[in-house]
Design a binder for this molecule. Structure first.
Ligand code: HEC
Ligand code: HEC
Length: 391
């Protein structure tokens, strides 16, 4: 889930907010008992800041507010449930790691990380994070090289898509630390110590060839909290709008203030927002035509029969590859070369029985049976295969 484009996440939460607004039926609605009311107001928050496009503000009653509805019967004293958590309790719960909240103190080396990885992660994430078996790969090589394809695609339409790996795509390393700490290894989450998470993070940074503070992360590298704070991911600026860090909310606000940034060009030409039956009556609808599926490149295969089975392998072919090609692939060893007409014409001119005999018993540089313990019959198969190659 952390791999999702952040832009998409923002869009998602916004559409969720607009759905809610619709569900609540817009302005001031009370239920049959008159208990709950929700009035959704567009455009500005109480602090005077513009509401992000599609967002809604909800009223505050007795100092309480809710995204869903406000219970107007809340006494100003509030309800008498539970108690305010102590600072220590809050601290104990507040463990998540974000771009602006470092992981707890600890340390781990790339070397240790590799060892833990081999023991607890490799079965799903593959050698050196190569993935496979349906599990995400954690590295496809040098993150800086792979990241370029992102920029590339923005400037050159139809260029390679981004390589969506931790190294080349994720804007923040905090997500990696937190993901491992909270979600991995898959079958036994939260079983790793802080130091182990540092070690695994160091290892994954190292296989992605990401530098920390200009330094290469080699086997001996020990990652700790301070060095962690210096990690700058190659793709830190690759997302639009930038939603991380201080002031990011204002960046997002400005971004959504301009309908052009999210395909809402027609809004400033008087188009009305809609969520149902938005499609114009005369809009052209593209459908897949006919029996074949044509709009794919390369074209999709529409035949349903099983692939043609390959014929049985030519007798002798496999044994030739395994035991004879080493000397017979060309003439460099003084042996008649595979496929060479003249050479084999000369050999077979002795008569096949002699040829079989020589190959089975050896002749000059030709060891008996080519050094194998194949049966005479098999050797004959191989010889026939070699002889036929030159025809
Ligand atoms: C049993 C299989 C399994 C094991 C073992 C496992 N993982 Fe995972 N890992 C997964 C799956 C499945 C996902 C994807 C989860 C998802 O997308 O919801 C994943 C996702 C991840 C991701 C996020 C990758 C991405 O690009 O989204 C990281 C990082 C990760 N694992 C690290 C580790 C580490 C480190 C270990 C060893 C401590 C480990 N995993 C052990 C199955 C496994
Ligand atoms: C170590 C190298 C080597 C290997 C392995 C080898 N050959 Fe040869 N083979 C030779 C050389 C050298 C000659 C040429 C010998 C000569 O004519 O003096 C030769 C010649 C032959 C000839 C021609 C014999 C003749 O009558 O002139 C046949 C047939 C032959 N090899 C078959 C095989 C088969 C079958 C295998 C594998 C099972 C095999 N060789 C593996 C080196 C090798």
């Amino acid at each position: 889930m952390f791999k999702l484009d952040r832009k998409f996440l923002v869009a998602l939460s916004i559409s969720a907010a607009s759905l809610l607004a619709i569900g609540c039926n817009g302005d001031a609605s009370a239920d049959a008992q008159g208990h709950m009311s929700s009035s959704a107001k567009q455009s500005v928050y109480a602090n005077g800041k513009a509401v992000i496009d599609g967002g809604v503000t909800y009223p505050t009653v007795n100092g309480k507010t809710s995204q869903y509805a406000v219970n107007t019967k809340i006494p100003s004293s509030g309800f008498n449930y539970g108690r305010t958590p102590t600072a220590n309790e809050l601290e104990a719960w507040n463990t998540d790691v974000t771009p602006w909240k470092l992981p707890p103190k600890g340390q781990g080396s790339v070397e240790d990380g590799e060892e833990i990885y081999e023991a607890k992660c490799v079965m799903c994430h593959g050698d050196f994070g190569s993935g496979g078996g349906g599990y995400p790969s954690l590295s496809k090589g040098n993150a800086y090289d792979l990241q370029k394809t992102l920029t590339n695609q923005r400037n050159i339409p139809d260029a390679d898509g981004p390589t969506r790996e931790f190294g080349s795509y994720w804007p923040q390393a905090s997500t990696l630390w937190w993901y491992i700490h909270d979600g991995m290894p898959h079958p036994k989450t939260k079983s790793l110590s802080i130091d182990q998470v540092y070690a695994l993070t160091a290892y994954i940074i190292s296989i992605n060839e990401i530098k920390i503070d200009g330094e290469e992360v080699d086997d001996e590298y020990v990652l700790d909290q301070e060095k962690f704070s210096k990690i700058v991911m190659p793709n830190v600026d690759g997302f639009e709008p930038k939603i991380d860090g201080k002031g990011a909310t204002d960046v997002v606000r400005a971004y959504y203030a301009n309908p052009k940034n999210f395909g809402g060009q027609n809004l400033n030409k008087g188009a009305v927002r809609c969520t149902t039956n938005c499609q114009e009556a005369n809009a052209t609808v593209k459908r897949i035509q006919g029996v074949g599926i044509s709009d794919f490149l390369p074209p999709m295969n529409v035949t349903r029969d099983m692939p043609v089975e390959k014929g049985a392998p030519t007798p002798g072919e496999k044994d030739y590859q395994a035991s004879c090609a080493v000397c017979h692939a060309d003439s460099s060893m003084g042996a008649p070369a595979f496929g060479n007409k003249e050479a084999w014409a000369k050999v077979t001119s002795q008569g096949m029985e002699t040829v079989y005999h020589n190959a089975i018993n050896g002749k000059n540089g030709m060891p008996p049976k080519g050094g194998t313990d194949l049966s005479d019959a098999k050797i004959k198969d191989v010889i026939n295969y070699m002889v036929n190659s030159s025809k």
